[in-house]
Design a protein around this ligand. Structure first.
Ligand SMILES: Nc1ncnc2c1ncn2[C@@H]1O[C@H](COP(=O)(O)OP(=O)(O)OP(=O)(O)O)[C@@H](O)[C@H]1O
Length: 493
């Protein structure tokens, strides 16, 4: 059992964490914490005492034969005992299964609701939402608690009846043995033997009644983990590939987000040559961030393929892919650890020179040196330094530049930057250009387009226009022929 516990900790848990992260990256609704909790329930059940008593079940059969050898009547009482205890366990299961499943799921929903409120603590505080959130939670918790009490009451009644029947059976065996002794069929010793053996026969079934509840919880946890395993996207373990030059190609790519039936990218194709700096612009919800996530292989196209130097980015060995790709997402989240570990992408063997080089490219080397512990300063979490939105964004930019970056994808990289930060960003993009790093910049702000060579204009999931920056921008600002015609006719009219 200890070995199974070890296997759960060392093999199953890491695998589940990877799967949870993968699933969250496509449907943003799972949590690794939940998976680890479920695994803990299964581990406690498997390694707990309850399951050991069930291993005695085969011995029951032997004790039963011996009881029958003492006398058939005591044997039949033992069989009746087994039937009664199993029936009680089944009754307990039927009476509480549905209600326990519902309360379990509701408990998880309630925990998640508080998680979300905690993550949005500032919004909650600023707009005085705490009381509403707490009263909503209390209402749902009260309903859940009422259901739990109902399940507990039912279970208590069944357990009480079981105990009563259990005692009755024990007394029956002693009574029957006494009767047999009086009628001189058996000795007093056989009465005692039958009574002891009866206890042994029923012990595993007794334990089953108590273990049932934990078995049910473990079954529910197992079901959730199975769903997680089945729904988390599969990634084959592929071979590492050589360093790419940085040619990016979208080949008739369609994409529909998880749980939606509306494609957000509709059959787009384009090629970006190595070292090109491309700006992706377009209205909100036109599919720009989707392109970023498809480019870095977080999302898998429904059809078509995204290639880097001819190889599918989705099936590219993740660790190897990370050596050549830098990604700055729209919602930047840093890890609650040191600045250096954040820049070095949590690698166990960070290269200090590479860390400093990346920080210098992002223009935050001096800022990091001014922190209490320099590159060893912990960010976020208890006792950690809190960075501003712009500082976080520049640190995320340094993280994207760490190592041998051949493809850089920046999603709204200047969303939190002031003019000073924007100048650092533009400088970093120019470094990327000098290093011949293919760079894709998703942006709403036209000033960032000053550093790009090529522009892609997205509109409702398709490419509205693509080409050299000057040509595309002049086309965008020029009035359409129809509009000019309209103006002329209204002027003459
Ligand atoms: N995880 C998701 N699940 C469901 N729909 C999604 C998901 N992510 C994006 N979408 C939908 O895909 C569409 C395109 O979103 P996307 O984020 O690519 O747009 P965008 O052009 O980057 O917008 P913005 O400029 O506002 O960031 C939107 O309609 C959005 O609702």
């Amino acid at each position: 059992m200890a070995k199974i516990g070890d296997w759960i900790d060392k093999t199953a848990t890491p695998d589940l964490i990877v799967r949870s992260i993968r699933l969250t990256s496509v449907q943003s609704s799972t949590s690794s914490g939940e998976a680890i909790r479920d695994l803990g329930v299964i581990k406690n059940f498997i390694t707990g005492n309850g399951i050991f008593s069930l291993f005695d079940t085969p011995w029951s059969l032997i004790y039963l034969v011996v009881i029958f050898m003492i006398h058939t009547s005591t044997g039949f009482i033992a069989i009746a005992g087994i039937i009664i205890l199993v029936s009680m366990a089944v009754w307990n299961e039927l009476a509480t299964k549905r209600i326990l499943r519902e309360t379990n799921e509701e408990t998880i929903r309630n925990i998640n609701a508080i998680d979300v409120a905690t993550r949005n603590a500032e919004v909650v505080e600023a707009m005085g939402m705490s009381e509403f959130i707490v009263s909503d939670w209390c209402k749902r918790n009260d309903q859940n608690r009422a259901m739990q009490v109902t399940a507990q009451n039912r279970s208590n009644v069944i357990t009480g009846i079981t105990k009563f029947l259990r005692s009755t059976l024990q007394i029956s065996v002693i009574g029957t043995g006494a009767l047999l002794a009086i009628t001189a069929h058996k000795t007093a010793g056989s009465i005692i033997a039958a009574s002891i053996l009866m206890g042994r026969v029923l012990a595993p079934f007794d334990a089953a009644v108590h273990t049932w509840k934990f078995l049910n919880q473990a079954k529910m946890s197992y079901g959730r983990l199975q769903r997680l395993i089945l729904t988390s996207p599969k990634r084959e373990q592929t071979m590492a590939l050589p360093e790419p030059e940085g040619k990016l190609e979208f080949d008739r790519v369609f994409f529909t987000p998880y749980g939606s039936n509306k494609p957000t990218v509709k059959g787009i194709s384009f090629v970006i040559e190595p070292g090109d700096v491309v700006g992706v612009i377009g209205a909100s919800a036109s599919g720009k961030s989707t392109i970023a996530k498809l480019t870095v292989g977080v999302w898998k196209p429904i059809s078509g393929v995204v290639r880097l130097d001819g190889a599918d980015v989705y099936t590219w060995n993740r660790e190897n892919f990370g050596n050549y790709v830098g990604y700055l997402p729209q919602d930047i989240e840093l890890f609650n650890t040191s600045v250096k570990a954040n820049i070095a992408r949590m690698r166990p063997d960070p290269n200090p020179e590479e860390i400093i080089k990346a920080a210098k490219i992002a223009g935050i080397h001096e800022l990091i040196l001014s922190l209490p512990n320099g590159y060893d300063t912990t960010i976020g979490g208890p006792g950690g330094v809190i960075l501003s939105g712009g500082q976080k964004q520049l640190l995320g930019l340094a993280r994207a530049f760490y190592g041998n970056t051949k493809l850089l994808v920046l999603d709204e990289p200047n969303a939190n930057l002031d003019s000073n930060g924007e100048a650092r960003l533009i400088n970093a993009i120019n470094v990327a250009r000098e290093q011949n790093t293919t760079t894709v910049i998703i942006t709403h702000k036209l000033q960032l387009l000053s550093v790009v060579n090529t522009v892609i204009v997205m509109s409702d999931g398709v490419i509205y226009a693509m080409g050299p920056k000057d040509e595309i921008l002049s086309r965008l600002v020029a009035p359409s022929p129809d509009a000019t015609e309209d103006k002329r006719s209204s002027a003459s009219g």
